[in-house]
Design a protein around this ligand. Sequence first.
Ligand code: NAP
Length: 348
Amino acid sequence: MSVRRLRCDTPKGDTVDMRVGVIGAGGIGSDHLRRLRTTLSGVEVVAIADPDPVRAAAAVRGLGATIEASGEALIANERVDAVVVTSPGFTHADLVSACLAIGKPVFCEKPLAITAHDAWRVVQAEVATGRRLVQVGFMRRYDASYQALKSVLDAGTIGQALVIHAAHRNPDVPKWWTTELTIKDSSVHDSDIVRFLTGEEIIASTVLRPRTSSRLADVQDPLIIVFETSSGILVDVELSVNIAYGYDIRAEVVGETGTAALGDGGLVTLKHAAVRSTDLPANWRQRFTLAYDRELQDWIDATSAGEATGPSSWDGFVATTVAEASHASYRDGTRTEVVLPDRPVIYR
Ligand code: NAP
């Protein structure tokens, strides 16, 4: 099925190319809903599914969208041209597979799946359709600072990359958080952006356990993941999920003749009372607002034009495979190799 081309006015004053349904109206679901209804163009939200009736009712308020009984019902709704999946990670593979079974385009938040087996199932289902119907929410690729860093590397300004030092720090997580979630839900961003920056695959992962924070019982926090890329670049990523002071994403590439790092400046540097200070984002919403806007607009535009072009099921599969290797390394205390099948033609 190709996306129906629709032309009608929206409250935003633009024309609608795509009517979407959103599955999951929690943290990022409500954030994406806001941008879909107020910021992005060519799109209209026509259906919502969330098991919490209060959350679902709040999500459709002022939208004229329907509340569907389940994600599956939303996917089957013929008014829905394309689907946005923002429910928890363990639901993703089945929901994306249900979209693929009827040829419906889908934007799926990361991770694509919890296990490499399930992610591969999605890849095979998409390959069977013969075209790119899935985009995965690796929004860092749309972030201006990561893109500038990649431009420096691609230009060869600092020679070949040798080492990357990175940090992924969250101020806090819910009480039910686990170390497995740090690896399988959070670190997929880090492995994906390494692949994006270097153009290389990750061939092995080793997880180290520093002294753990007393602020989060039963979770290894922080942890260090060391990725090895196919040419031998070593990448150390510090993942902290409970760092308290703010949301801090860092990356510094050490090259042969220089280093290049993501900018560390806030919007304003304040000098006051003998102190120089600058603002930090409080959370992922603030840090990546524009990247989320750009990734979803790109998905809307490309899907309306016929085929998604952003981060693919293959990228989602690779990230989940690397996370599985990292989790094995965390569990067993060993360096774990990442073994990938051949990349299917539609992703080359
Ligand atoms: P959240 O706040 O828990 O929201 C998830 C929502 O989905 C909740 O309202 C939940 O309801 C609902 N839900 C659960 N099962 C469902 C189902 N089968 N069908 C429909 N709705 C369902 O979680 P979140 O923080 O928004 O995270 C959601 C996903 O987005 C995760 O995979 C996460 O990794 C990803 N995420 C990505 C980024 C990014 O930077 N790209 C940032 C944040 C989150 P109940 O609470 O009643 O279960």
